[in-house]
Design a binder for this molecule. Structure first.
Ligand SMILES: [Zn+2]
Length: 252
């Protein structure tokens, strides 16, 4: 019989742990993460990182590909925040896969905004944090169904960007929301209400269309009425002129 060497995942070295803690510790503190999830350097397929909910990560932790160690510091920070947002949303809303939907993009935007405000995500302009995001982070439509399935990117994406950025900015300025879990609850509450509003869109458009058509009809009727009034007034004017002429002639 030949001997086979068997290995299991072990705790990372003190040096690796210290290096990552120096980088991510201030991020976790700024976002007030209640229990920062452990980071596991392991194979994650074609991804750089995965979070819980993935088939590749049944242990429900943030897993990084070993190649992440070669990334620049800011890219590691952005990747950890991205996976953290997945994890926070899944913890709060386990029945719904938010994937990369508008709620996800909103919460991730809030994290980056807060990190820039705290001086952890360094940028010269106040909008520099947006370069930490990409369209990848907002690729899922907020509503499924025949109306939304047929919409093209230009028809659904702009309003999702607008809603998520507006909400993230509002929550960043609101002192009562300071921790990522607390903000996530508020984002999900607002997101649900917004989705309900979006679902009413066909009804709203039908009402708007009926209102425009009704105003157009009223305008057309008014124009016809005005024409008749002008015609009537001309006849009255002519009659008055005739009477005046006859009256003048009678006196001459
Ligand atoms: Zn993701």
């Amino acid at each position: 019989m030949k001997s086979i060497r068997v290995l299991e995942t072990v705790e990372a070295s003190q040096q690796t742990s210290q290096w990552l803690n120096n980088l991510l510790g201030p991020v976790a503190a700024a976002l007030e993460v209640t229990a920062p999830p452990p980071v596991h350097f392991t194979s994650v397929g074609r991804w750089s990182g995965v979070s819980d909910g993935s088939d590749q990560n049944p242990q429900r932790r943030i897993s990084f590909s070993p190649r992440v160690k070669l990334f620049r510091r800011q890219a590691i920070l952005e990747l950890w925040v991205h996976e953290l947002v997945h994890r926070v949303l899944q913890n709060l809303d386990p029945d719904i896969d938010h994937g990369h939907d508008t709620a996800f993009f909103c919460l991730q935007s809030w994290c980056f905004l807060k990190l820039q405000k705290e001086g952890i995500l360094v940028g010269e302009r106040c909008s520099d944090w947006i370069s930490s995001s990409s369209f990848y982070d907002l690729q899922d439509k907020p509503i499924s169904g025949p109306v939304w399935d047929s919409k093209s990117l230009s028809q659904w994406l702009p309003q999702c960007i607008e809603w998520s950025l507006k909400t993230a900015e509002e929550l960043t300025q609101d002192q009562q929301f300071t921790g990522v879990e607390q903000v996530a609850s508020e984002v999900l509450r607002r997101y649900e209400k917004w989705q309900e509003w979006l679902l009413q869109e066909p009804k709203r458009l039908a009402i708007e269309k009926a209102s425009i058509e009704s105003k157009a009809r009223e305008f057309a009727e008014l124009r016809v009425g005005n024409r008749q009034l002008i015609k009537h007034n001309l006849w009255v004017l002519c009659a008055l002129l005739l009477v005046s002429v006859l009256w003048v002639r009678a006196w001459l």
